[in-house]
Design a protein around this ligand. Structure first.
Ligand SMILES: Cc1cc2nc3c(=O)[nH]c(=O)nc-3n(C[C@H](O)[C@H](O)[C@H](O)COP(=O)(O)OP(=O)(O)OC[C@H]3O[C@@H](n4cnc5c(N)ncnc54)[C@H](O)[C@@H]3O)c2cc1C
Length: 434
């Protein structure tokens, strides 16, 4: 069946084992894992698939620090190590590329006292960053790991070279997942269809399907037309991505019945889940705005990601380098970019002089879903075990969403998810705020 046959607007009544609400990186991996398990899946997105926080440009896949090892760090480590293999399966089936590269990360140490700490982490990585024969390192050196890349004034205390960090192109990843899902006979993807209400005990959702609003973004280069090569362009414009509530009378309501639903609506997941919970002392999560930019530069795409004080410089394929990001708890306009991004760009150009005159070709903002515990929020709602949270990835979703999606499927199939830390679960995070 062609993809066009299945991505139609919703009509009548539909039914699936799993209804996935939201087609960002979390919902897409949840859908992939459910489909791979042989379940039938309907995924609805209020806007365009991959058009929310997952439609960005950065794509850094960073591990947490290798010290104070615990279940949470082990889970993320295993996810980062396993990701290329997971992507390769989908790439082989679709001919598309996620533009994944284990390029590593360089962290300059601007002050000499930071070297002793870095050396401790070097030992921590030797203890913790291994899996069978596979090892990754937190090398510390006095000389730059790559010549003529980081401005020398930032490396007074030396340099860290983390070999586990990687990068992928976010829009290529979501395009890959979507293309794979479109090829599955047990999956239906429906865009411009927003969850309007949920009757959990009956396993029924009402979904409002509507015609897309005109895109506020450039409409050229729709991802549906990408060739395998073009999918490696990390910032190909999204067409008509950002969704707005349909105007009254402009939507049609349809019913979907499900065995389980994954709430993967990014920042919009928090109120959806709160509606199903007893009153909470604090909100379950909040949105944190971030801004990033894509620059045209001919620096080597294999260079490590450069990172210092929250500034990321991510070399991508085909002559692009992403720079980010801001972190804003308060914002008037969630999707605009402003002087905060200019400031980040200024710092990035100082850190990597090769970017001094690089042209900015795209500016982008999105809202990260940050849960109350700052960790991913996965698992069933206590009184409604057929509703499973799949959100809260905050700044690190792209490196872990495949494993979190698998955990959501395990919950749906009545299995204990392997290695899922207590503080990633809905029940674990709720116990900290009650
Ligand atoms: C500037 C910036 C830089 C970042 N850099 C990185 C990085 O380098 N590495 C990394 O791993 N992460 C990064 N992140 C974080 C990452 O992008 C997010 O954590 C991730 O995209 C969240 O994915 P999600 O699927 O939970 O949400 P989203 O991608 O927001 O997807 C949610 C989807 O749900 C849909 N939706 C909402 N309401 C409804 C409804 N009622 N019905 C149906 N659908 C609905 C939306 O349309 C949307 O498509 C960055 C974020 C920002 C803002």
């Amino acid at each position: 069946m062609s993809s066009g046959d299945k991505s139609l607007s919703l009509s009548g009544q539909s039914k699936a084992d799993i209804l996935v609400v939201g087609g960002g990186i979390m919902g897409l991996w949840g859908a992939v894992k459910a489909a791979q398990a042989g379940l039938s899946v309907i995924l609805v997105d209020a806007g365009e698939i991959g058009g929310g926080a997952s439609g960005g440009v950065l794509g850094a896949l960073f591990p947490w620090m290798p010290d104070r090892w615990d279940a949470k760090k082990q889970f993320q480590y295993d996810a980062l190590v396993g990701l290329p293999e997971e992507l390769a399966v989908l790439e082989a089936a679709t001919g598309l590329s996620a533009a994944f590269r284990r390029s590593g990360r360089i962290i300059p140490l601007p002050k000499s006292h930071l070297k002793a700490i870095a050396l401790r982490h070097q030992a921590d990585a030797l203890n913790n960053w291994h899996q069978g024969d596979i090892r990754f390192f937190w090398h510390v050196s006095d000389t730059p790991p790559v010549a003529d890349y980081i401005a020398p004034e930032f490396g007074e205390g030396g340099y860290v070279n983390d070999t586990l960090a990687a990068r992928a192109a976010p829009r290529a990843v979501t395009a890959l997942l979507k293309a794979w899902l479109e090829r599955q006979p047990n999956v239906r993807l429906i865009e411009h269809a927003a969850l309007a209400s949920l009757d959990a005990p009956k396993g029924r959702a009402e979904v409002a399907a509507f015609a897309p609003h005109p895109s506020p973004l450039p409409a050229s280069g729709e991802r549906g037309q990408w060739s395998a090569d073009r999918a490696t362009i990390p910032f190909a414009p999204l067409a008509g991505s950002r969704w707005r509530q349909p105007d009254e009378g402009q939507s049609s309501i349809s019913t979907i019945t499900f065995s389980h639903t994954f709430i993967a609506a990014g920042v919009d997941s928090f109120p959806m889940l709160e509606n199903l919970l007893p009153p909470l002392a604090k909100p379950l999560g909040q949105g944190v705005k971030g801004q990033a930019a894509m620059l045209r530069s001919d620096i080597d795409p294999a260079l490590p990601v450069a990172f210092l004080d929250g500034i990321y410089i991510v070399p991508h394929e085909n002559g692009y380098v992403a720079v980010g990001s801001t972190s804003e708890n308060h914002y008037a306009d969630p999707l605009s970019t402003d002087q905060h991004l200019d400031h980040v760009l200024e710092k990035a150009r100082a850190l990597v002089p090769a970017l001094a005159r690089a042209e900015v070709v795209a500016r982008w903002a999105g809202i990260r879903p940050k849960s109350i515990g700052r960790d991913p929020l996965v698992g069933p709602v206590a009184d409604h075990p057929n509703v499973i949270s799949l959100t809260g990835g905050f700044k690190i979703s792209f490196g872990m969403a495949h494993r979190l999606g698998q955990c959501a499927v395990d919950f749906a199939m009545g299995r204990e998810p392997e290695g899922l830390p207590e503080n990633f679960t809905l029940s674990g995070q709720l116990s900290s705020i009650r």
